[in-house]
Design a protein around this ligand. Structure first.
Ligand code: NAP
Length: 304
């Protein structure tokens, strides 16, 4: 049985792993995809303290992983289906495997929200993408669309101008949600144009995307926009489905914790983007992970 099982190897899980393993707790980090989470697919992180010129997302998270491993954290590639608590210990039900732990830190993060329009599913991987750093280079010298008005949409629209001939940003309001510094950069960039007060209605094409039907939410007018790629960044949905019966979730599905990352279930903590909080950034995720690990240590030693 492990002292600490961490589910999710994004910045919150990796930081929890560093703190737990350094405290000499036997620690396993279970991840179903690749380590680093959303941060790993971010081209450049400019606001993580200590890196004056910014740092590549995967460079930062690879380094966090190596640091956790240095202190003895184990990594396990696996898909957790269920977490239950029996006789004071936690049982993680993975596909084809069971793991036992004294404490669990939930750090599964969040995944991209889908548009839910006709053509989206059909063209995913054939013109529809949720990751600019993964797929941007496929659109060299081609026109593309970015849907969304938050930090991710604008940061990724700016990144995509390195490749694309033009980036049309479709946003449902006439003001961006993104932070001012990103807005200023986007407004100055000649390759970026905005389609305000509008939503995507349908994505069309032959083998790959060729056309997007956009509807103006104020006038109802529908327009065809001819692009080869549609990048979607309309927010995140927390990965909490398999713990919904174990912990308290808010209306959007985020885990409600106390300030020490406690979920209300003794020995069970949540950290990072998965929990209800006001600022979702790498810097707050790693702080959450550190707090959760220290609380897990106190719980194991009977001090909690
Ligand atoms: P977000 O901040 O929730 O923004 C989502 C954007 O998509 C909003 O502009 C929203 O419009 C729009 N939207 C939501 N649902 C929609 C729908 N069904 N159809 C069309 N548009 C829709 O999400 P995010 O940009 O992914 O960012 C997630 C978190 O990570 C945020 O806390 C963000 O600050 C953080 N982040 C920070 C950085 C950074 O600091 N550099 C970079 C990336 C992300 P409305 O504005 O009208 O609601």
């Amino acid at each position: 049985m492990k002292d600490v099982a961490i589910i999710g190897a994004g910045p919150a899980g990796l930081s929890a792993g560093i703190y737990a393993a350094r405290a000499k707790l036997s620690t396993v980090i279970v991840e179903k995809m690749y380590p680093g989470g959303q941060a790993a697919i971010t081209d450049r992180i400019e606001n993580y303290p200590g890196f004056r010129e910014g740092i590549g997302g995967s460079e930062l998270t690879d380094s966090m992983k190596a640091q956790a491993e240095k202190f003895g954290a184990e990594f396990l590639n696996g898909d957790v289906q269920k977490v239950s608590k029996q006789d004071g210990k936690f049982i993680l039900h993975l596909k084809g495997e069971i793991l036992e732990a004294r404490t669990v830190i939930l750090a599964m993060g969040a995944e991209s929200r889908k548009l839910g329009v006709k053509g989206e599913k059909e063209y995913t991987g054939r013109g529809v993408s949720y990751c600019a750093t993964c797929d941007g280079a496929f659109y060299t010298d081609r026109p593309i669309m970015m849907v969304g008005g938050g930090d991710t949409a604008i940061e990724e629209a700016l990144y995509l101008t390195r490749f694309a001939s033009s980036v049309q940003v479709v946003h449902r309001r006439d003001q961006l949600r993104a932070t001012r510094i990103l807005q200023e950069r986007a407004f100055k960039n000649e390759k970026i144009k905005f389609i305000w007060d509008s939503v995507v209605e349908e994505i069309k094409g032959q083998d790959t995307v060729e056309e997007v039907i956009v509807r103006n939410v104020k006038t109802g007018e529908k327009t065809s926009v001819f692009v080869n790629g549609v990048f979607v960044a309309i927010g995140l949905v927390p990965n909490t489905s398999f713990v919904k019966d174990l912990v308290k979730l808010n209306e959007q599905g985020y885990i409600i914790t106390d300030e020490n990352m406690g979920t209300g279930v003794p020995g069970l903590y949540a950290a990072g983007d998965i929990r209800q909080k006001s600022l979702r950034q790498v810097v707050t995720a790693v702080a959450d992970g550190a707090i959760a690990a220290v609380e897990a240590e106190k719980y194991i030693s009977g001090q909690a």
